[in-house]
Design a protein around this ligand. Sequence first.
Ligand SMILES: [Zn+2]
Length: 53
Amino acid sequence: MVSIGMLLCRVGIHAWGRRRGYNEYASNVIEWEQRCERCGKRKQWIEVKKGRR
Ligand SMILES: [Zn+2]
């Protein structure tokens, strides 16, 4: 029997765990990384820091 969790992963709904950010003072962006707790898929994105002028 296929678990519901894996089915959700198949259609792109992952169980994203805690996200980790790589914050460099020298740059004005934060690199985020998040992992699915079911299938282990990783996603990464970059966020521009706000509130600094
Ligand atoms: Zn997944």
